[in-house]
Design a protein around this ligand. Structure first.
Ligand code: ATP
Ligand code: MG
Length: 362
């Protein structure tokens, strides 16, 4: 039972570097996919973020951005180049991290699918890494509880890792719910043989949650063994759930195994909200030249549509998500690509091609 036919309001935060080029390209694709799926268009709400917001508001994440986002269904976040910010902004939490933490977006969802015609390391790869986003050794950057790192003397550095039962349970539910919409398999990745308490708790809570999903097959691997299994047979995995640092590393590996780190999309989600964000950065070296590849943010936008569709039981939205992905895939496969993929298309030209493909697909 859902709210199909509703008109969603989505924030759009262009960000730095190539952001103002690739984010509007992704909006065009989302619009085209919704149209093709017969769904109502979204209302886009542009919000200040990043370097431009520092100049205008004195901070990369102004209060008006946070209060407006709180009222929206989701948003598309462009990349940020916080290394280029003036102090004190450079040494603070990155602006993307600040938004993630403010809204407690605890699950980072990173699909790795070998596109037709892509040079995948393992052909047929079609998996999703669900990474816990607030705990583990990265807790200081993200979490409510965060203890972070410290140096008791100039020669000793210490980092804490935090794992909590509720923190693991919620991300495990995200993974198992997702598996039910895919191929009904979840793989838990941990290092419980060494990190007996922390990684052990992660594995055990995931196993407990699995009992609520008798229809979903579950197995678990140590992180080191998992890298080997992925290189040899990534095509056999469906949903992989893991803690923060392992997920950071594994999701880059899986994207590349699928042949596509450069075009990897991702979604950061809580139960209430989702934020589409490409896996790549602001690429300042090519900004302003009209050659940036918008595929990753397009695919992230498609993930946002799929998430909204699942959350609201809104099938046309999920159909639109599918059309957007298929449009990007077919366009690249047909030989229209930006220079990073060896093609000659500009950002706008690539977006034009994807929009045209989508209008022919449905
Ligand atoms: P961050 O610290 O923000 O993750 P990074 O150091 O990983 O940034 P990126 O900004 O992702 O760096 O850029 C890495 C390289 O990939 C650069 O040479 C950049 O031009 C290229 N690149 C990244 N994204 C794109 C894109 N969408 N289209 C084309 N090239 C890109
Ligand atoms: Mg990077």
């Amino acid at each position: 039972a859902g709210t199909a036919g509703r008109r969603y309001r989505l924030g759009v935060l262009d960000g730095d570097g190539i952001g103002p080029e690739i984010v509007p390209a992704a909006m065009r694709v989302v619009d085209a996919a919704l149209r093709a799926a017969g769904a109502p268009g979204v209302a886009w709400v542009p919000l200040p973020f990043g370097r431009a917001a520092i100049d205008e508001f004195g901070t990369p994440v102004p209060d008006v951005t946070l209060t407006t986002l709180a009222e929206l269904d989701g948003w598309v976040l462009g990349p940020h180049d916080s290394a280029s910010y003036p102090e004190p902004h450079r040494s603070r939490l990155t602006p993307g991290g600040a938004i993630r933490r403010h809204f407690d977006l605890f699950a980072n969802i990173r699909p790795a699918r070998a596109f037709e015609g892509a040079r995948a390391i393992v052909a047929g790869t079609d998996l999703v890494v669900v990474r816990e986003n607030t705990e583990g050794f990265y807790a200081d950057r993200n979490t409510r509880a965060g203890t972070g790192e410290f140096m008791p003397t100039a020669d000793v550095a210490i980092a804490h890792g935090i794992v909590t039962r509720p923190g693991v349970a919620r991300v495990a539910h995200t993974a198992f719910d997702l598996a039910r919409r895919r191929r009904n398999r979840v793989t838990i990745v941990h290092k419980a043989n060494v990190l007996r308490l922390t990684s052990g708790l992660f594995r055990d809570v995931c196993r407990e949650v699995a009992e609520d999903y008798p229809d979903v097959a579950v197995d678990d691997y140590h992180i080191d063994a998992m890298t080997v299994h992925l290189l040899r047979r990534a095509d056999e995995f469906d949903v992989i759930v893991t803690e923060n640092m392992f997920g950071d590393i594994l999701s880059d590996l899986t994207a590349e195994i699928a042949g596509s780190l450069g075009i990897a999309g991702s979604l950061n989600a809580s139960h209430e909200r989702a934020m589409a964000q490409a896996a790549h950065g602001a690429a300042p070296d090519i900004a302003g030249r009209g050659i940036a590849n918008p595929a990753a943010v397009m695919l992230s936008g498609a993930m946002l549509l799929d998430w909204l569709g699942a959350r609201h039981g809104d099938d046309p939205l999920r159909r639109a998500a599918h059309l957007a992905v298929a449009g990007v895939e077919r366009t690249i496969c047909d030989g229209t690509a930006t220079p990073d993929l060896g093609g000659m298309a500009g950002t706008g030209e690539f977006a034009d091609a994807v929009v045209a493909v989508i209008s022919r697909l449905h």
